[in-house]
Every structure is written in C-alpha cells, then in structure tokens.
Design a protein around this ligand. Structure first.
Ligand code: MG
Ligand code: ZN
Length: 222
C-alpha cells in the first residue's frame, strides 16, 4: 500500500476511535454495559445471543443492536424475545463502526437497558480494527470452521476479552483438534477466558451467561 493510502486509513481509524470513546461515555452515563459479539458468518452469533437472553432476562434488562449487511432476519428473531432491538443495515459494509453504533444508541431507550448486546457483521477481518465503544468484545468460533482459524486470523483472536467455541456437539463428526486450536489461541491471547458451548444441546451456556452477568454487575458496582 502507498504511504498516502496508509495515512488515510490511519485517519479513518483515529476518527472512529474518537467516536468510540464518545459512545462509551454515552453508555457509561446511562449505566449500560455493552458487549461486541464477533464471528465469521454462521458461527452462531444470533443463536448464542438468543440463548443468552433466555438465561439472563430475569436478572437484566437486555437490548440488542444487530449489524447485518441487508436483512432484518436476526433482529426480527431477537425482537420476538427482546425488550428493545435495533437493526443497522450496513449497506454492504462488512463491519460495524462507531458511527453506526452511535446512530443505534440514539434510537434506544438506554435508561431501560442494563446490558446491550451488539451483534457485529459476520467477518473475521475488519471488525477487529473498528472499535465501537463497547466495554468488552467476545469472539464466537465454531467447530465446523476448523481448528486453524486462530492461526489465520490472529488480530481477531488477539483483541477479544472472551472466546466462545460453539457447536461442540459436532466434535465427534468433524476433524477439529481442540488442543491445536487452543494452542493457537494461547499464543495470541494468553489465559483468554473460553467457553465451549452448544446452542443445540445447551451445554456450556449457563457458564457463559453467568460470566457475562458477573461482568455487567462488576461494572455497575465500579
Ligand atoms: Mg446473526
Ligand atoms: Zn469491513
């Protein structure tokens, strides 16, 4: 890439970071804890979010922002269960950025939300570069994607606060070496909090939801 192009990319990212800081202030002032959920397409973001909501809905008021390239399928699915759900159609953009989240924050009643779940666009590359202002980022990997993904997409694995490994019910049928996968993760993000789950069987979802609940409560107490 030419030097001039690099400079433009850096400016875009720095403008994004400033707006992300502003989003964070808006969230903090409203007492909202926000989590950015990222994964490749089809790893189970929406399924995991719906299962999480089922486990936390009696303890927390939950809102959702869904980034999708052009459908409202996921937001519709969530809205059936959610108090508040907002759809961001990114218009072909392959990631959410702080501008898009800022727009969504303005259309939510933040005073009525404890936990805001942001479902990013399914993509393992650029969402890692665009801060949104959320308090934590969580990556959902899934068994059918293969055990080499930490080695192929290091920035994504390096930048997250927790990792979910979904579809573990498929481990007997798919060539997925868990030790090799975890070794790759450990190199990039030592000691990363990891939750093996299955949205099909429900395995591991209570542990994940309880951990998320503790993150929300720790922030409220701070
Ligand atoms: Mg989805
Ligand atoms: Zn992108």
């Amino acid at each position: 890439m030419a030097t001039k192009q690099v400079a433009v990319v850096e400016q875009i990212l720095s403008a994004n970071d400033q707006l992300a800081d502003q989003n964070r202030r808006i969230l903090d002032e409203a007492g909202v804890f926000a989590v950015n959920i990222m994964s490749s397409p089809g790893a189970g973001k929406t399924s995991t979010i719906v299962a999480t909501q089922e486990r936390l809905k009696d303890r927390l008021r939950i809102g959702m922002v869904d980034g999708d390239i052009e459908t409202t399928i996921d937001a519709d699915r969530a809205a059936a269960a959610w108090m508040q759900a907002v759809q961001i159609n990114t218009g072909g953009n392959c990631h959410l950025d702080a501008v898009m989240l800022s727009g969504a924050l303005h259309s939510l009643r933040l005073d009525e939300i404890d936990l805001l779940v942001v479902e990013n666009v399914g993509n393992l590359i650029c969402p890692a570069s665009f801060k949104l202002g959320t308090h934590i980022s969580v990556l959902i990997a899934s068994v059918p994607e293969g055990d080499d993904k930490p080695y192929k997409y290091p920035p994504m694995y390096r930048g997250v606060d927790a990792l979910i490994i979904n579809k573990i019910d498929l481990l007997p049928y798919i060539r997925f070496n868990m030790d090799y996968f975890i070794k790759g993760v450990e190199i990039l993000n030592p000691g990363l909090t990891t939750f093996p789950i299955s949205c099909t069987t429900g395995e591991g979802l209570d542990a994940w939801a309880d951990w998320l609940y503790r993150q929300v409560m720790a922030r409220k107490g701070a």
